[in-house]
Design a protein around this ligand. Sequence first.
Ligand SMILES: [Zn+2]
Length: 300
Amino acid sequence: MLKVAWSKKYCHPLPENHRFPMIKYELLPQQLLHEGTIEEDSLFEPRDAFDSEIICVHTEEYWRRLRGLDLTASEIRKTGFPLSKELVDREINIAGGTIQCVDFALKYGMAMNIAGGTHHAFSDRGEGFCLLNDQAIASMYLIENNLVDRVLVLDLDVHQGNGSAEIFHDNDQVFTFSMHGEKNYPMHKEQSDLDIGLADGCADELYLSTLQYNLSKVVESFKPEFVFYQSGVDILSTDKLGRLDVTIEGCKERDRMVLQYFKSRELPLVACMGGGYSQEIKLIIESHANTFRLAQEIYF
Ligand SMILES: [Zn+2]
């Protein structure tokens, strides 16, 4: 069964007109239930990540100050959020959701989090709407518990997974592969194990062929035993922060390529939503919903 992490905490409201569309976390599960892609018992309310799990990735000092809402004004500005206890609790819960997805993926082949992919969170700071790096925390959960030896973080959000790259820079057990807009945020890129920077205006054909080539290359050389997929839909031509020219069909083909690739190799996978900032909320929901529809089609 497809297990999907979701909690009301994911939908904590932000000030109106905030660039980060929190509403999608409320609308997406409604849409998936309404159309029958998932049933009520697919959804599970995640536990919170433990302190011990968080500090495998984040520095104790950052974690202490974040939990105590004790960041400087400049640190808060860089997160893009007005810092609040609810937002910190939200990210602790999302990280817990991604960890629990790991256990479900080991059992059922794949699992998904209706949030997460908070890849701009560094070991010692938050950035770009990300406070805690959920996929990094869940990667360390796998390694610390000796569940696997090699983890691939496949990040296809249009923005580079700079936080994940920094966190795992010196870790040979986690391979970070980020394919992103070269001219997009973050202007200063960190070094992932593999970075593919795409030019502005990159469209379906080039996008998909570049992905296919590099995916095989990475998997054949690194031989991962577990995969995290950051399936951001801000690659769409309609995205306000995107700069690429991928269609909604192209984005769906991307997800199909990734899920089929790992399913055929029997590599367990956890997908987290990542970014999506199209003007029309229905396009955001539709493109994220496609990832869940394909998961059902391909795995279950
Ligand atoms: Zn993004």
